[in-house]
Design a protein around this ligand. Structure first.
Ligand code: AMP
Ligand code: GLY
Length: 421
């Protein structure tokens, strides 16, 4: 079977690496892909957001399955167009992708189905929003509606900060915000596959969103991650499936907008139990890198079962080993990253047993250089998160990337739980 993978990040390199191992695969295309993915896929110069060109390519090349990595093409309706043209796709329709595309949509769905989540209200009017603030106490969370690439959330410690966030987010005509109660607990990422009707759990992870060691500094897309998240015990995972994932899949099916693809739930594990912070309609980046390292067996039939609506036949098994990934970013990230810096030592890093997934890389005169914010995800497995971390940093230390940096403390929560430092 021919597969077309949409995207060019470390998440997509990890998916490509795993798909390439499938005996059922005859050809893997990546659009647009990156130099790392070129080792396992044929990169085609298509813009992920150019829906018509992707649909035409899939049809012309007789692609059996399109796997969509990033959220923007899904929210824009790429899956709808592929389905309309009779092409199988792993990823939700635009109506179902509203789970990520609209925070207000997801909060309303939680409210009417009783899914545990922070108390909230939606506002389009600044005066009404300001008047509601005292009900929530401090800190209070203010979120812009719509895709914001992780930048639309302000956890305000003071009323002044909350009011400034509201003023900023409601400045555009037609803008909407959600004000919500601040939840106390530890965050974890929970993945599930859904085929429109049924859902299965598909692994857990924790990531590090802040740019600096000790979880300080500005938010990023994620500077590292590990899997599994031991804090999501089997009992908690059962509750997440029963109280959050299945009610969501059931509600969307009942609404006539069934959810098919991966559901990535951002959870807060509170004293009262798991609560939903947000949904994403795609795999996490860099969470996909650690999940793919641990997934046993063939990924392709599982994704195909999701796309064909027969997930009931499929099973997913993850290795007992832990996996950890360290993101190497270009200097300046998450601001303007330095472009063009040379990268050497990938083969040396892989010789240590680590696997290097590429994200913002490019070839310049045959040389691998940085070409984005997050550049590499150096990933390894081990019998514990502590062991996986040591192995991942052995890989990092073999890489020569003078204009890049990484955090040195990825996995610290789990390493502490395992008794290390
Ligand atoms: P989101 O984009 O909705 O995932 O929010 C980004 C980050 O803001 C989350 O990863 C949390 O760290 C934090 N956050 C969002 N909502 C809440 C909440 N209700 N209570 C506490 N922290 C939150
Ligand atoms: N690492 C978080 C995300 O992919 O949204």
């Amino acid at each position: 079977m021919k597969v077309l993978l949409i995207g060019s990040g470390g998440r997509e390199h990890a998916l490509a690496w795993k798909l390439a191992q499938s005996p059922r695969l005859t050809q893997l295309y990546a659009a647009p892909g990156n130099p790392g993915m070129a080792a396992v896929a044929e990169c085609v110069d298509l813009d992920p957001n150019h829906v018509e060109a992707i649909v035409a390519f899939a049809r012309d090349e007789n692609v059996g399955l399109v796997v969509v990595g990033p959220e923007a093409p899904l929210v824009a309706g790429l899956a709808d167009q592929l389905i309309a043209d009779g092409v199988l796709v792993f990823g939700p329709t635009a109506a179902a992708a509203r789970l990520e595309g609209s925070k207000g949509f997801t909060k309303d769905l939680c409210a009417r189905t009783g899914i545990p989540t922070a108390a909230y209200q939606r506002f389009t009017d600044l005066a009404a929003a300001r008047a509601a603030l005292p009900r929530y106490g401090l800190p209070v969370v203010v979120k812009a509606d719509g895709l914001a690439a992780g930048k639309g959330v302000v956890v305000a410690e003071t009323t002044d900060q909350a009011e400034a966030a509201l003023t900023d987010m409601l400045a555009q005509p037609g803008a909407e915000v959600v004000i919500e109660q601040f939840l106390v607990g530890e965050e974890a990422s929970f993945f599930a596959l859904a085929d429109g009707r049924s859902a299965i759990a598909f692994g857990t992870a924790q990531d590090h969103k802040r740019v600096g060691d000790g979880d300080v500094g500005p938010n990023t897309g994620g500077m590292g991650a590990y899997s599994p998240a031991s804090i999501v015990t089997p009992a908690i995972a059962e509750r997440v499936m029963a109280e959050i994932i299945r009610p969501t899949v059931d509600a969307l099916a009942a609404d006539g907008t069934p959810y098919s693809g991966v559901l990535f739930a951002g959870l807060m594990l509170t004293a009262e139990g798991p609560q939903l912070i947000e949904y994403n309609c795609r795999f996490g980046d860099p969470e996909a890198q650690v999940l793919m390292m641990r997934l046993d067996g063939d990924l392709l039939p599982v994704l195909l079962a999701v796309a064909e609506g027969r997930l009931g036949d499929a099973a997913a098994r993850f290795d007992d080993k832990a996996a950890l990934t360290v993101v190497m970013a270009a200097d300046g990230y998450p601001g303007t990253p330095a472009k063009g810096g040379a990268i050497d030592g990938i083969a040396a890093a892989e010789a240590t047993g680590a696997r290097v997934f590429q994200a913002g890389t490019a070839l310049a005169d045959g040389r691998l250089v940085a070409n984005g914010g997050r550049v590499l995800a150096v990933t390894a497995t081990g019998d514990s998160v502590t062991a996986a971390r040591e192995a991942a940093y052995r890989g990092v230390d073999a890489i020569d990337f003078p204009t890049g940096f990484c955090r040195r403390d990825i996995g610290w929560r789990e390493v502490e739980r395992e008794g290390g430092r």
